[in-house]
Design a protein around this ligand. Structure first.
Ligand code: NDP
Length: 505
């Protein structure tokens, strides 16, 4: 496949030769060659082969990137650009992503293991379009006039925040970063992006593409590479004015701590989930409900924060629904994520696969019944990769680990209910509150239950709808703040109140 070889030649020609990770101030960061650096192995999860090694950005590289972002914000041309030029820059970034659609999709599939269809049809087009969406917002953000006492005029301005650290996980490497980069740049900020080390290549390639196309002044767009210590150095850096983080709930706490221990930079958090999907006894068109529930749950190999990993199904439908889901799980073809015949690619890295298998073991030990999957897929060439069969547990109760904890893999926990009250209680019985879904033909029930579900997003009769115009984000330990729509822009601006004495004495 040409896209795969383009991506591999870029890795060989650029990344391998430079043995480098960071893209700072408009160039590949040059480390002091006398200094040893920790090398991160980027591994193809479908084959276990090493794709390349990246130099981990240590504190000095992170400080350099943050300083470059600060200099570009305070003294570069970027913040003086007319709004129309800033909008044009965003549109150009979207266009460049489309121009490199195949190559970027191939990098995503190579490093993350998601299928070519998922990278090509979902991740990359969406990554491009979010720039168009936020380009349109640039001249539509207003302050307000405040009704203060006579003798004064008081109004607010919405200003850029400054250098923003954008820390993202490995499940949608480019897309989740673009969800942050587009609104951050739209509001005139500069950025330092830290992707996950296993999936940094698409972001490094994007940095290079933007640079080659001369879209942004140097220092506006920086990428550092590394794991926890690199992220920690960013969250502690005093040049950074804001952190927007997507990742696990426990790492979210560490990010908050980084802010608390340094300059109290503002923080937004998109964290984990354990989302419920309730099927009431009166759900219409059951086959479509089953098809959608399966797709919502097992797409992207279960590595999606909002996936409905807990199915809460009315007793009257339980057996029918489970039988149909099991049939689908058994038919799922795991394999080379580039092949047209593959339904599910490998998990993103070995340690993650082991973690998922650990949860499957715990589910079995706790007495849940494993009715599909429950093991690695080692058929043929899959033995070299990190494949886990789509797994379904029934008889899952609220005390069990597989009910409470985020697995982030293709493992569905099915629980049964009799009454509406019981369904709501089960749905709300975890520390998470990212999303929730329900299927019912009764509009009154749909409204009543939606209001009582403790989740930032509720999907009625179609799990997993997304649109740039609708806020994305969770309640409880699933996060702080919202992404998408105008709500994201709010977090990339600060509000300044200005007082004018009309008749000064
Ligand atoms: P992690 O929380 O482990 O990591 C997220 C990012 O933070 C990675 O880039 C990671 O680097 C980095 N990081 C690790 N430690 C620190 C630290 N101390 N300070 C700053 N940054 C740090 O999450 P995963 O990468 O495992 O991603 C899966 C998680 O992301 C799941 O919980 C999932 O639900 C959540 N997620 C939430 C979404 C949402 O919108 N609510 C969307 C997508 C995912 P490294 O990879 O090296 O550890």
């Amino acid at each position: 496949m040409p896209a795969r070889s383009d991506a591999l030649s870029w890795i060989t020609a650029t990344v391998k030769n430079k043995k480098n990770g960071a893209f700072v101030g408009g160039e590949w960061h040059r480390d002091d060659p006398s200094k040893s650096a920790h090398l991160i192995k980027v591994i193809n999860p479908a084959t276990g082969e090493i794709l390349c090694e990246l130099r981990e950005s240590d504190k000095s590289v992170v400080d350099h990137a943050a300083a470059a972002a600060l200099a570009a914000f305070t003294s570069g041309p970027w913040t003086k650009w007319p709004r129309s030029e800033r909008a044009a820059a965003l549109i150009k970034i979207g266009a460049e992503i489309r121009k490199h659609h195949h190559e970027l999709a191939a990098l995503e599939t190579l490093c993350n293991g998601k299928t070519w269809a998922e990278s090509f049809h979902d991740d990359i087009p969406e990554s491009a379009s979010v720039f168009d969406y936020y380009a349109g917002w640039i001249d539509k953000i207003y302050g307000e006039t405040c009704p203060v006492e006579q003798g004064f005029v008081n109004f607010t301005l919405r200003e850029s925040v400054g250098p923003c650290a954008l820390i993202v996980p490995w499940n949608f490497p480019l897309l989740l970063a673009c969800w942050k980069i587009a609104p951050a740049l739209a509001m005139g900020n500069t950025v330092v992006i830290k992707p996950s080390p296993q999936t940094s290549l698409s972001m490094l390639r994007l940095a290079e593409i933007i640079h080659d196309a001369k879209i942004l002044p140097a220092g506006v767009f920086n990428v550092v590479v590394g794991g926890g210590p690199t992220g920690e150095a960013l969250t502690h850096n005093d040049a950074i004015a804001k952190v927007s983080f997507t990742g696990g709930t426990d790492t979210g706490r560490a990010v908050l701590k980084g802010s608390a221990d340094s300059n109290l930079k503002s923080v937004t958090l998109e964290l984990g989930g354990k989302s419920p999907n309730i099927i009431f006894g009166d759900a219409k068109n059951l086959q479509a409900v089953i098809d959608r529930s399966f797709q919502a749950m097992f797409s992207h190999k279960g590595e999606k924060c909002s996936e409905p990993t807990r199915l809460i199904v009315h007793r009257s439908l339980h057996d029918k629904v489970v039988t149909a889901l099991v049939e689908k799980a058994e038919k799922t073809r795991c394999g080379d994520p580039f092949a047209d015949t593959t339904d599910q690619g490998p998990q993103c890295f070995e340690g993650h696969m082991e973690r998922i298998l650990g949860y499957i073991k715990a589910g079995k030990a706790e007495g849940a019944k494993c009715v599909a999957g429950g093991n690695r897929d080692t058929a043929g060439d899959n033995a070299k990769g990190y494949f886990v069969r789509p797994t379904i547990f029934t008889g899952v109760t609220r005390e069990m680990k597989i009910f409470q904890e985020e697995i982030f893999g293709p493992v569905l926990a099915v629980s049964v209910f009799d009454t509406e009250e019981e369904a709501i209680e089960l749905a709300n019985a975890t520390r998470y509150g990212l999303a929730a879904g329900l299927y019912t033909a009764d509009a009154d029930r749909a409204m009543r239950v939606s209001r009582r579900l403790d989740a930032g997003m509720v999907f009625v009769n179609r799990y997993g709808c997304y649109d740039f115009s609708s806020p994305f984000g969770g309640f409880k330990q699933s996060g702080w703040g919202k992404e998408m729509a105008i709500h994201s822009l709010e977090s990339y601006t600060r509000r300044k109140s200005i007082w004018f004495a009309v008749a000064p004495n």
